[in-house]
Design a protein around this ligand. Structure first.
Ligand code: UDP
Length: 380
């Protein structure tokens, strides 16, 4: 296949990310598969990115530190000007066929402003869009920007201006799904796990109260605002309360964290994260927001752990009720569901993940969308 894609990962974190990093993780999963399918990839990222690509352009040497010392808007402005220059040059030389952008504050604004003279562009939506309609005001139909969602539900909730530019959705994937059905079956423990940023939308407070009612151990894994370890949060003192997620944790979750039945272990990574997830009786998502993509959901299935969740956002698209998880629209029913989760077959979760949520499935779907964008069609 002769197709060259400029992949815009933005000026913030390296790819793959050093720790937590949603968009950067998606790109790190997607790009190797695209290249295996014969796509040439030029990565626009920070200089410290180590992902193997065909060519790399960078606005900052190391975004995490250099960029964050400047105000957000200033970083975006510098990154926009840099990206515009790179795109103009590569496009004028016919060196790229398409831009795949992931960073609305940098790429979308830049590419939309180029109008019909710009290259065909696919922008992937990563947010819960209902809260951010203003970000997308710049799409006017006269440009060559098309968008895709990470779930059908995310797109359905998106502002009309975006839906009119949509070419469909692509579910997130995980490298853990590769051969998920062929790995040895891990031993299961007793604990429930909530894996994700500690945040009101993810509902850790609901989970913590539930654990005490049903008497099952619950592990909360993930950062609280910028704090990745309990000791770092404790050392930060009162100033930490300026962050809304810290306030949520201290006021709504921490009173139920007794260090015994309910524990907050901070951010987990690598093998530790995978072991914690694989040994869980169930992954719990007591959501209060419309989860747009749910990487942790597909990771859970890939490791053979059924999902118990409120049926919000992408959850009904990713989880088959009664097969790979248990869903409810009624938060109060979650107690019964966590107790029933052990009736679900971990191997079935892994089989479904190996079929539906591999990087290869995701990359093939993106190649289809790239074709659609290049042909200028907009049917989903
Ligand atoms: N994650 C992790 N360690 C943690 C908490 C989260 O590695 O302690 C990872 C998780 O495995 C997933 C990502 O962070 O890959 C979260 O992505 P998701 O789409 O689930 O949620 P988001 O934070 O993007 O809303």
């Amino acid at each position: 296949m002769s197709l060259t894609v400029l992949m815009n990962a933005g000026p913030w974190l390296s790819v793959p990310p050093p720790g937590y990093g949603g968009i950067e993780n998606v790109i790190a999963t997607l790009v190797p598969e695209l290249r295996r399918l014969g796509v040439r990839v030029v990565l626009a990222s920070v200089g410290s990115s180590t992902l193997p690509v065909d060519e790399q352009v960078s606005v900052f040497a190391d975004g995490q530190f250099a960029a964050l010392q400047r105000p957000y808007n200033q970083v975006c402005g510098i990154a926009q000007a840099h990206l515009a220059g790179v795109v103009r040059e590569l496009h004028s030389r016919d060196d790229i066929d398409l831009v795949h952008d992931h960073v609305e504050a940098v790429g979308l604004a830049t590419l939309a402003a180029m109008g019909p003279a710009g290259p065909p562009t696919l922008h992937t939506l990563h947010w819960d869009l209902a809260k951010h309609p203003a970000l997308y005001g710049s799409l006017d139909g006269g440009d060559r920007v098309r968008v895709n969602g990470v779930s059908a539900s995310q797109l359905a909730r998106a502002p009309l201006a975006l839906r009119e530019h949509s070419v469909g959705h692509v579910h997130l994937s995980t490298p853990l799904a590769l051969d998920a059905d062929r790995r040895p079956r891990p031993d299961k423990g007793e604990h429930l796990l909530i894996l994700g940023r500690i945040n009101p939308g993810k509902g850790q407070d609901v989970g913590a109260r539930l654990a005490h009612r049903v008497g099952l151990p619950l592990v909360l894994a993930g950062p609280v605002g910028p704090y990745h370890r309990p000791a770092d949060l404790a050392a930060a003192g009162d100033e930490a309360r300026q962050n809304p997620d810290v306030r949520f944790f201290l006021d709504e979750v921490a009173p139920h964290v007794d260090g015994d039945l309910v524990r907050w272990v901070g951010t987990v990574a690598g093998q530790e994260r995978d072991d914690l997830l694989a040994a869980a009786r169930a992954s719990l998502f007591p959501l209060r927001w419309e989860e747009p993509g749910g990487t942790a959901v597909v990771e859970s299935l890939a490791l053979g752990t059924p999902v118990v969740a409120t049926s919000r956002g992408c959850l009904p698209e990713l989880i088959e009720h009664g097969r790979t998880g248990l869903l409810t629209t009624d938060e109060e029913e979650l107690d019964d569901l966590v107790l029933s989760a052990e009736l679900l077959d971990p191997d079935e979760c892994r089989r479904v993940a190996a079929q539906r949520f591999t990087p290869e499935v995701m990359a093939q779907r993106y190649v289809e969308l790239y074709e659609r964008v290049r042909q200028g069609t907009s049917a989903a």
